[in-house]
Design a protein around this ligand. Sequence first.
Ligand code: PHB
Length: 390
Amino acid sequence: MKRRTALALATAVGVALTGGLAAAEEYKVGVLLPFSGVYAGLGAHIENGFKLGLEHFGADLGDNTITTIRADTEANPGSTLAKSKKMVLQDKADVLVGIVSSAVLGGMRDFIHNSGTPLVVANAGNNDMTGVKCSPNIIRVSFSNAQINRPMGTWLAKQGKKKVYLMAPDYAAGHQMMEAFRKTFTEAGGEIIGEAYPPLQGTKDYGPYLTAAKATNPDAIYVFFAGGAAITFVKQYHGFGIGKDIPLYGAGFLTSAAYVHVQGEAADGTVASLHYVPAIDTPENKRFQEGYQAAYEGKLGSEFAVQGYDAARLIIEAIKASGGDKAAFKAALSKVSFSGPRGPLRIDPATNNVVQNIYVFKNEFKDGKIVQTVLDTATDVQDAPNGCAM
Ligand code: PHB
């Protein structure tokens, strides 16, 4: 069923793009996403959103066409580096898109920087890739790890929380997200009274970590977990009854629309921050959600799907702006701006990171399902160059 939908979308795009005329230029896009492992669900959402973006904006391509090739990154930096080399050197991809894990992005940075082939990052938030290790070839349409978490430190301190315990998976993204929160929270007078970093892969039981956290008696626990790890963590937090005493906050991937329905009541009361929530009331988001739900069995479009959707639009806008000139296409990628499902976004020419709103939202369990509402919006959130010199 799913495969048929994807195929139908691809066919629709082919028809819309060629329109009976000979194609001026063919753009080969190499899609690199996790289709297995802890982040497999994220990869599926990003790819679904990317296909929908091609369908919604593909007509703007004129006589140019987009073809895609794809490979599974798992959460594996070594194998992904090899696969991206194949896509660039052998398959002659014009642009790569995807990458979910910050560690995987870190592992391919030097190759992309030296290759001359642009990479549109559709998830991985690794700060350094638009900071000290930025590159004209790396354009990020998703978020940076700092961008998502910085506003929450200030926000949580304002709610009167004084002592917070941190928890996140033990890899680049986990540490970077907690550092960003720590900085703004402590600057606002808060104190971090403890922290723990369980392994990213294979942590099945968060019990010992939760027991240690509870023993420090914090006002709140602040975390980053995503995908399968987020589902397990939130369910166990609820299952152990900790939420009754200690409220749970975090980077909003914790209760993503991609899987909050699986967490159900366990996600009740959790407050988090993110660059997209399905509740955003704009025509752009309505079009996205209606299209997504129609194509994918009524499922809600998540932030991951929006990242894929906006990545497709970014590539299409850059092709449009460069009039089918492949040499000009690369430079055009970092000049794109538009209003999409998440609100206004633009690429910062100083870093190639996206500039966008960050939403603080709460999860409430009502009539048998979770409802997400926006409590606060930090507008136009932009990272400092942090050592980036293009
Ligand atoms: C990352 O590794 O950068 C990452 C992974 C999953 C997320 C967010 C960031 O949901």
